[in-house]
Design a protein around this ligand. Sequence first.
Ligand code: CMP
Length: 140
Amino acid sequence: MAVERTLSIIKPDATERNITGKVIAKLEEAGLRVVAQKRVRWSREQAEKFYEVHKERPFYGELVDFMTSGPVVVQVLEGEDAIAKNREVMGATNPEEAAAGTIRKELAENIERNSVHGSDSAENAAIEIALNFSDDEIVG
Ligand code: CMP
């Protein structure tokens, strides 16, 4: 195992319900460390660029609408095997399919309002971190 960094987003359904602390506690309990963090409101252009890989999917427009509907908390998580560990603690994309104890099982509302995003590979983690943070904003 290696120390990795991954991008995590706390989505508008969670900022709206004032439960960002609950999400962060779950991540920290899983052994992940927040090394960069900010609460921002994405523009449509930022959301479209971030989710460009899903451009052809039927849910793309609604996903962009949702991700710009309120503030998000973007954060870089660091730890041993951070990419897989974050995905494990988040649970399946659809909260109905998420394992007990995961963030999405406990906190998410549905497949769109699913509270968190996490990078799915080392390559995408590097791209997604660079889209959201400059090097000097990652402070350890
Ligand atoms: P996320 O990990 O942020 O990556 C893409 C997002 O699209 C996903 O989480 C879901 O919240 C959202 N989404 C909305 N509808 C669907 C769907 N039918 N299948 C997969 N993802 C969906």
